[in-house]
Design a protein. Structure first.
Length: 116
């Protein structure tokens, strides 16, 4: 078989269109959703952190643990949290922390609320 036409352009380079379209959709999703949601979370977390630290002085590591535990419990201290990890906190401090968490994260129609 002999090919007499110029056909090298048909097979010299592969078609990367599907890959470019996928990459475009990923970048667009990041710009439209991920970055605004991350910014919203950071603003809320900073608000929560400042509110807690205005009442109770605690290291960042403990504050991060506190946030994670409250996030798992929808803003409430569990019995285990009260007795073990945060036994030094008074009832008033616990109430303030729960209120701070709820005002920062639970009273909103943000992306974070759709996850909970």
């Amino acid at each position: 078989m002999a090919v007499e036409n110029e056909t090298i352009d048909y097979y010299r380079y592969f078609d990367a269109t599907p890959f470019a379209e996928f990459l475009f959709r990923c970048v667009l999703d990041t710009i439209e959703h991920d970055i605004p949601e991350e910014g919203d979370f950071l603003i809320r977390y900073d608000s929560f952190r400042m509110s807690v630290q205005s009442q109770v002085d605690m290291p960042d590591r403990t504050l991060n643990l506190l946030y994670r535990m409250l996030a798992r419990n929808k803003g409430y201290f569990s019995k285990q949290m009260r007795e073990r990890e945060f036994s030094l906190l008074t009832s008033e401090e616990i109430d303030h922390i729960e209120c701070s968490y709820k005002s920062a994260f639970l009273h909103s129609d943000s992306y974070l609320m759709r996850l909970l």
